[in-house]
Write a protein that binds this ligand. Structure first.
Ligand code: ATP
Ligand code: MG
Length: 366
């Protein structure tokens, strides 16, 4: 198990700052996910770590070895790509054995290792087939098998599941996670899928424009997003963002706008009392933290009313878009709610779950 450390890492393509000054420390055996929208620099960062891309500035360490200028071959890493790069003219067995042959393993060692990894991934019955005779999921398993057969120091995966259908993706998600736990290989996994990130990563690095916005476990990223970007990127439907002013009345602070006045709980009072009322703030409320009257989880709530503009009846959940003066307020409630569009509805906002951001800096206050 190896520790991976990135120090002031930069990768520029002319003027494009694909990776822009990244510091990251990954503990041995950890499963870290790089999460972010298209073009934020995930693949570039992974390619820098693999050695396929030469860094513009900064250092990469595996344990205490500076490997920044080592060739990919000498780094002892394996990479799995989105488009399962398996060789079509080789059987599954030969695909998996290929990296071992390059490294001049003996016939017997090759045989043993291929069997070991094929069993691990449940493809031992497919060893004599060619890739064209496999399903997408099986092909991706072969690619993963080939990556781990070398027992790399670091396993790098770039959106390995995005070509699979939804059902298979969920299954492979669990399989890769379990496999990594078993092998305890330090793993860096790239995805733009927040569910994949939340379910697989020990820790998640959320990227935007080549910069890590937040690095933490799923609990921290979901409950304590550091800024509006992370708050909006994690969670579905997206967090409601409402521009508010701070109002102080009768010893109580309110976060208010036309048609909504949210009192601040005592535990957050200190943080709000320090804020300037000249500035603009953004109130953040996740749709799942707004309840219909019969499903309130707490009595620390504030009620608000509106007309139902649109209801998404998913049956397992119901997502309601409520018309308010400031726009639409989105509410997500579990279960099959009988609800009519155009009807007036009262909902309860959970006061212990609200977030506040400064509008200019986009940073979280709480
Ligand atoms: N070889 C290259 N030459 C010039 N610009 C590049 C090159 N590779 C990537 N870029 C640019 O660097 C930025 C980051 O690209 P990258 O492929 O790392 O994004 P990504 O996060 O992996 O996106 P996606 O989710 O779409 O795969 C993008 O603006 C991209 O256009
Ligand atoms: Mg990419």
């Amino acid at each position: 198990m190896v520790k991976v450390r990135l120090e002031g890492l930069k990768k520029y393509f002319d003027k494009v700052k694909a990776v822009n000054d990244i510091d990251l420390e990954i503990i041995p055996g950890e499963f870290v996910v790089l999460l972010g929208p298209s073009g934020c620099g995930k693949t570039t960062l992974l390619r820098c770590i693999s050695g396929l891309e030469r860094v513009t500035e900064g250092k990469i360490f595996f344990d205490n070895d500076n490997i920044t200028y080592l060739s990919p071959r000498d780094r002892n890493i394996s990479m799995v790509f989105q488009n399962y790069a398996v060789w079509p003219h080789m059987t599954v067995k030969n695909n998996i054995a290929f990296p071992l042959r390059i490294k001049k393993y003996s016939q017997q060692q090759i045989q043993e290792k291929v069997i070991w990894v094929a069993n691990l991934l449940g493809i031992d019955n497919l060893l004599d087939r060619y890739p064209a005779q496999l399903s997408g999921g099986q092909r991706q398993r072969v690619a993963v098998a080939r990556a781990i057969v070398m027992e790399p120091r670091v396993l790098l995966m770039d959106e390995p599941l995005s070509n699979l259908d939804a059902l298979l993706r969920v299954r492979m998600r669990a399989e890769i996670k379990k496999l990594q736990e078993k092998l305890k290989v330090t793993t860096i996994y790239v995805t733009h899928d927040q569910v994949e990130a939340m379910t697989m990563g020990d820790r998640i690095a959320v990227l935007e424009q080549g910069i890590i916005q937040q690095f933490g476990n799923s609990d921290e990223i979901y409950h304590n997003p550091v800024n509006i970007f992370v708050a909006g990127f994690i969670g579905s439907p997206q967090m409601n963002f409402i521009e508010v002013e701070i109002v102080h009345k009768n010893e109580i602070f309110y976060l208010g706008t036309k048609g909504l006045e949210v009192p601040v709980l005592d535990i957050l009072k200190d943080k709000v009392s320090k804020l300037s009322d000249k500035r603009n703030y953004i109130l953040g409320i996740r749709p799942e933290h707004i309840y219909t009257a019969d499903r309130a989880q707490t009595d620390k709530v504030v009620t608000t009313k509106g007309k139902v503009y649109f209801a998404e009846l998913l049956r397992s959940d119901t997502v309601i878009h409520l018309e308010k003066e400031f726009g639409l307020l989105v509410i997500k409630t579990p279960g099959d709610l009988k609800i009519e569009e155009g009807k007036e509805l009262e909902v309860l906002i959970d006061l212990s779950r609200i977030h506040l951001f400064e509008k200019d800096t986009r940073k979280a206050i709480f």
